[in-house]
Design a protein around this ligand. Sequence first.
Ligand code: GTP
Ligand code: MG
Length: 283
Amino acid sequence: MPTAMEQLIEYIEYILTPSSPVFIVGALIVFLVPIIVHIFVSRATPYTNLPSIVLVGPPGAGKTSLQTLLERGDVAPSTHSSQVPQSIELTASVDQHLSFREAVKDDAPGEHKKFLLATESCATSPWTASWPRTVSRGIVFMLDAATLDENLAATANYLYEVLLALQKRVSSSKTSKAVTVINVLIAANKSDLFTALPATLVKSNLEAELGRIRKSRSKGLLASGVGIDDVDNEENDDWLGEYGSEKFTFGQMQEFNLEVDIIGGSVSEAKVDKWWHWVSERL
Ligand SMILES: Nc1nc2c(ncn2[C@@H]2O[C@H](COP(=O)(O)OP(=O)(O)OP(=O)(O)O)[C@@H](O)[C@H]2O)c(=O)[nH]1
Ligand SMILES: [Mg+2]
């Protein structure tokens, strides 16, 4: 009769001898443990798998007000500017006939979809390393349509950064087909104020200003007579839209898998149904 000690030594020898059952069990552990840990971790943080919409825009545009409206169904006065990015979880009924107030209710008819609305408040450089992951369904760029005339340059500069970063996402990958379409909604807020520009004017003013910005950023490259084909990627990196085109239009972004829409609304008057429908269509 082998003693317990002998049995143990025999067992250890068996494990240490290269044999197919030991190898298979070892391989299973090596492959399965990371998968199990991944499933466990992603269960623990349910947010990571929700479709997300990112809300950006210059200070004072009304981002926090919109978030509050969607979360609570009414607007609380916002007193200070928000520095920290905030995320709220919302549920949308995808029924297009409902107003946003009806659609956010638990007992709303139609299919329900949960999503994450993440607000990023940063005046200059909105782009963070986490963005390409965070932006899964779309971006809402909110601006104050009532003061756009005064803030056109700053607002357009911000928008330029956002669109350029999204454009680079496509131009840096060789297989453009693999890149999914990202939808951008320019939400022209504060239509309740009489100085507010209608969406069509917001669009044409932004297009003109974005065109001016890209011209000045190209540092006279085109004027210096350098042909389009001579310019390598390094140098036209900062050019937004169709390279070398005279006028910038949002339609040029389709080339980079970006769909841009401009819709007016007012958070104060709770006129946000069109934005809401735009979002729920893209979930
Ligand atoms: N008239 C009018 N005022 C609005 C509207 N939406 C927001 N406001 C006001 O605009 C101001 C700025 O709104 P916020 O929601 O704080 O703007 P924000 O984009 O979060 O600003 P930051 O956090 O600084 O980036 C507040 O005083 C709001 O009450 C609107 O539709 N109409
Ligand atoms: Mg805010």
